[in-house]
Design a protein around this ligand. Sequence first.
Ligand code: SDX
Length: 428
Amino acid sequence: MTNKSASLNTGNGGMDLPILSGTVGPDVIDVRKLYGSTGMFTYDPGFTSTASCESKITYIDGDQGVLLHRGYPIEQLAEKSNFMEVAYLLLNGELPSKDEYNTFVNTISRHTMVHEQLVHFYRGFRRDAHPMAVMCGVVGALSAFYHDSTDINDPEQRRIASNRMIAKIPTIAAMAYKYSVGQPFMYPDNNLSYTGNFLKMTFGVPAEEYVVDPVIEAAMDKIFILHADHEQNASTSTVRLAGSSGANPFACIAAGIACLWGPAHGGANEAALNMLRQIGSTKNIKEYVARAKDKNDPFRLMGFGHRVYKNYDPRAKVMQKTANEVLDRLNVQDPIFDVARELEHIALNDDYFIEKKLYPNVDFYSGIILNAIGFPTTMFTVLFALARTVGWIAQWNEMIGDPSQKIGRPRQLYVGAGQRDYVDIASR
Ligand code: SDX
């Protein structure tokens, strides 16, 4: 912290507001006493200039295109680590020793099964239900099964609930896919890695042995790492706000899944591939770029732009490289990938995108990889939610453990009618 302050003059008085500094990144003006001292609120719809909390988990420098998890650059983690190790890092703050890693992986692998009654929840959905709707319902229902781990004030119950959520989300996600294609659910196989187990539960069938392709497993694991956490984005803020009321962790994660579904957020990966398919060919790109620039046209380039990154999203760079590897491995000539690369090239050289600092984000290339692996577009955001569950859980634990945390309750600028008396219907 520092002893710097900002002087505020409201016209009829004012105050000095403390300026706080973190390890790195912008200082903050502490406005916690503003309303008590001036009777005024701050006003910041969309929270473009608002820090909602202190955190040690993830740091983003949007201008430099930097993303650190507990200080480690995302490029290094994607290249050298694996999703379970990154999960441990996000949850505990340090990279695990070999014993710590093995203990964590073994613990997670022994919570991968879901209560057999949960199967009946799926049967209530139409087969063509969007898998994100199923995820919202089934994850929210988990709190009905685990009353022994919903006391959020008990650190041991928080630990068990955290491990259960991280362990079961791949099983729940794979079941959502199986249900949508009318195939039987596959039970977890604890002999496989976290990611390999997910691939087998998703693409394996009881009728024959499923062998995990190590290249696909590595690509999927990297995609999970790239989606694991991302500071105080909309869905993480939703999880924190839900958790601030004392709601159980399963309900909080269900709230995060619901928020992530939006096309401006996690739903953009599905929307981006649908957009690339709509464009269809490199010869149509200029028309769509013109539409994206037209204020009167609601069309936007999905997978482009970001609230924080005003430079290339570092995750998108790793994603593009992984897309090349997977398409080569699967010997897939996907014309959509050519459209994506040409679209990126045209957009990045267009004054509109340069001036507004719009670059590809994490969602621009991910769909091309997931499509090549065999996932339907409706599963793309489910995979984002699967990976982000670790980040949500880490952020939720950090919030619960923060002694200064209290229920989130923003105020407003009221612009509605002033007080007035009721008028009987006969007199209206
Ligand atoms: C994720 O927050 C996170 O960290 C999220 C995420 C995570 O890991 O959790 O990174 C994951 O959600 C990535 C973003 C995925 N969404 C998309 O790809 C959808 C398309 N992108 C846009 O909707 C938009 O860029 C947002 C929502 C991502 C960011 O919007 P902002 O910060 O509110 O910015 P804005 O909408 O005010 O845009 C600024 C300007 C506007 O023009 P002006 O009003 O200033 O004239 O840029 C334009 C916008 O019209 N613009 C775009 C554009 N994105 C912004 N124009 C064309 N195409 C786009 N994609």
